[in-house]
Structures are given as structure tokens and as C-alpha cells.
Write a protein that binds this ligand. Structure first.
Ligand SMILES: C[C@@](CO)(OP(=O)(O)O)[C@H](O)COP(=O)(O)OP(=O)(O)OC[C@H]1O[C@@H](n2ccc(N)nc2=O)[C@H](O)[C@@H]1O
Ligand SMILES: Nc1ncnc2c1ncn2[C@@H]1O[C@H](COP(=O)(O)OP(=O)(O)O)[C@@H](O)[C@H]1O
Length: 283
């Protein structure tokens, strides 16, 4: 049996760092906005007892890929010879704060749960996903959500489904490097979701990233000419909200050299859920 499923991107509409934990991880308050665009994965179950991964980009087919790691985490729950061939259509910029790798992992968990008939609950898949990265559970649940802790305490939020222009300058930022930097602001007071929704939104990583990677600051200076803008996650991608697709396209047409850009709609539920429901209807 074969399954083709989306793995969408997210934005962090705000990202507050409220403290550092004993294990070095940081407690956050963040608003994850699901987008309607992303990667696509194709899964063909087999009885080879192995996981194989194919992608046009050969650097993405190794055993360090989160897709492979997610599949291996589910292997112990599956029948002895359960295997799968997975094809990744990589559309999202990598290491851009859009969560592409984490989203690919979450889609893989759902796909193999179905193909291998594991009957694990979404909560179980999210807990397994958390061992791969702090961003995986939100993609497993697939809702626009307010997150606390390292991103695992999630509360779905319904927001107006806005149009966003997402721009990724040509620089790679390591999440771990930003979190271990001495100059990172990590003392934003934790406040309630109601207060947060009424306050001015910001990203605590943005001033440090702008300082360390001037290209991010330059990209924000370009985008702010069109609309108020901010960085997502630990960068390097930045985004702005537009009233309609035409005005977002107007800005995208002027995209600076060396940047990638795309237009997406914010959605309250990831299209992954509709795609999974489709496969239920057809099985
Ligand atoms: C901060 C966010 C916001 O969405 O950044 P982006 O990665 O999306 O840019 C994410 O929660 C990131 O999640 P993810 O990318 O899955 O991070 P992980 O692999 O779990 O962690 C990478 C490294 O970042 C640091 N880290 C990560 C998350 C966190 N809450 N505190 C941390 O200190 C840790 O040093 C960890 O070793
Ligand atoms: N399926 C995957 N897609 C993209 N990157 C992956 C994947 N699996 C592992 N990675 C690694 O994770 C890093 C961060 O990827 P990504 O999730 O795109 O960034 P971010 O967490 O900043 O949004 C990449 O640079 C890459 O080395």
C-alpha cells in the first residue's frame, strides 16, 4: 500500500524565552502557526525489514535524516519484517526556522502508524516524536497552537487564516548555537495566553541573530518596507502578514538576490489531517 502525505511548515508568530532549565534546554512561550505549504512524502510499505529513503538531494538520504530516525523509532512496534520505502520531495528551505525536518518526522510517524497498523494514539506519536526534537509534537498534533515548556505543552488556538510572505536569506543558522550563546535574552516574564494575544509580539532570538548574521537584519529591513515583519524560530527565515495574495506577490516579485521566498496561507489545522482522513475513506 502507498501513501502520499504533506509535511507543512510552521511559523513562530512570537517566541519568548522564559528561562533556562537544568538540562540546558530553554522554556519557551511560542505561538506556532501552521502553513498550507511544505514538503511531500511518499510511503510504500514492504516486508523488507528495512527503511529506505530517496530524495533528489542526496545529502538528505542518510541515517541522520529525521524521517529515517522517526521510522526506526516505530520499528519496534511493528511486525517482524515491516519495512518501507520513503520518497521525500523537499520544498522547504532547510535550517530556516520553518520546522521542515520536524514536520517530515511527524508525517512519517503518522504514515507508518497507518501503514504498519500500529494503532498508536496521536499523544503516543507526539511523545515518541519529542525524543527527536522539541518541534516534532506540534506537527504530530497538526494544529496552530500556543506552546510552553520546550514546545511540548500545546494548546490549540484558532486564529484568522492570514496570508504570509516567508523569506529565507542565504545563511544557515544552528538552533543549538543560538541557544548556547551568552548574549541570548532568556528572561522574558511568562504571561498568560490571553495577555500574550493582546500584547505586541516579538522573537527573543531575533536581536541576537540580526547581530550575528547581518544578512537577516538586511532582509528584515527590505521586508518592513512592505509590511511589519519578524523572524521565525531561530531564523534565518523572516515573514510578514499581507492583506491578500496580490500584495504579497507584489513584494515577492522584488525579492532580493540570494533569498528564497514563498507565499502561504496560515491554517488552523495542518492539511496532514485531511490527507490522513482521505486515506481512511479510501481504505
Ligand atoms: C526554538 C525553535 C522554535 O520553533 O526553533 P526552530 O528550530 O524552529 O528554529 C524550536 O523549538 C527548536 O526545536 P528543534 O529544532 O526541534 O530543536 P531540537 O533539535 O530539540 O534542539 C536543538 C538544540 O537547541 C537547543 N534548544 C532547543 C529547544 C529549546 N526549547 N531549548 C533549547 O535550548 C538545545 O541546545 C538543543 O540541543
Ligand atoms: N527531513 C529533513 N529535512 C530537512 N532537514 C533535515 C531533515 N532531517 C534532518 N535534517 C537536518 O536538520 C537541520 C534543520 O532542519 P529544519 O527542520 O529544516 O530546520 P529548522 O529546525 O531550523 O526549521 C538541517 O540542516 C538538516 O541537517
Amino acid at each position: 500500500m502507498m501513501l502520499s502525505l504533506p509535511a507543512v511548515a510552521k511559523l513562530n508568530l512570537f517566541l519568548h524565552i522564559t528561562g533556562r532549565r537544568a538540562d540546558g534546554y530553554h522554556n519557551l512561550q511560542t505561538l506556532f502557526q501552521m502553513l498550507d505549504v511544505g514538503d511531500r512524502l511518499h510511503f510504500t510499505a514492504n516486508d523488507s525489514n528495512s527503511i529506505t529513503l530517496a530524495c533528489e538531494d542526496p545529502t538528505l538520504t542518510g541515517k541522520d535524516n529525521l524521517i529515517y530516525k522517526a521510522a526506526m523509532l516505530l520499528k519496534p512496534y511493528a511486525a517482524t519484517n515491516a519495512g518501507c520505502h520513503i520518497v521525500l520531495e523537499k520544498n522547504l528551505p532547510m535550517g530556516g526556522g520553518l520546522g521542515g525536518g520536524s514536520s517530515d518526522a511527524a508525517t512519517t510517524l503518522h504514515a507508518l502508524n497507518k501503514l504498519w497498523q500500529l494503532k498508536l494514539t496521536t499523544a503516543q506519536l507526539a511523545a515518541i516524536g519529542l525524543t527527536l526534537g522539541a518541534d516534532v509534537p506540534v506537527f504530530v498534533h497538526g494544529n496552530t497552537a500556543f506552546a510552553e515548556g520546550v514546545g511540548e505543552h500545546l494548546q490549540p488556538v484558532t486564529l484568522p487564516e492570514k496570508i504570509y510572505l516567508v523569506v529565507t536569506p542565504a545563511c544557515h543558522i544552528s538552533t543549538a548555537d543560538i541557544f548556547r550563546h551568552p548574549a541570548l535574552k532568556r528572561d522574558t516574564p511568562a504571561i498568560t495566553l490571553t495577555q500574550l494575544l493582546q500584547s505586541e509580539w516579538h522573537n527573543d532570538c531575533q536581536p541576537l541573530v540580526e547581530q550575528l548574521y547581518p544578512i537577516v537584519a538586511i532582509t528584515l529591513q527590505w521586508l518592513v518596507e512592505y509590511a511589519p515583519c519578524r523572524m521565525t524560530g531561530t531564523g534565518a527565515s523572516v515573514f510578514a502578514e499581507f492583506p491578500d495574495t496580490a500584495s504579497a506577490q507584489h513584494a515577492l516579485a522584488q525579492l532580493p538576490a540570494n533569498c528564497r521566498g514563498f507565499i502561504a496561507r496560515g491554517v488552523n489545522q495542518s492539511p496532514l489531517w485531511a490527507a490522513l482522513a482521505d486515506t481512511d475513506d479510501n481504505s
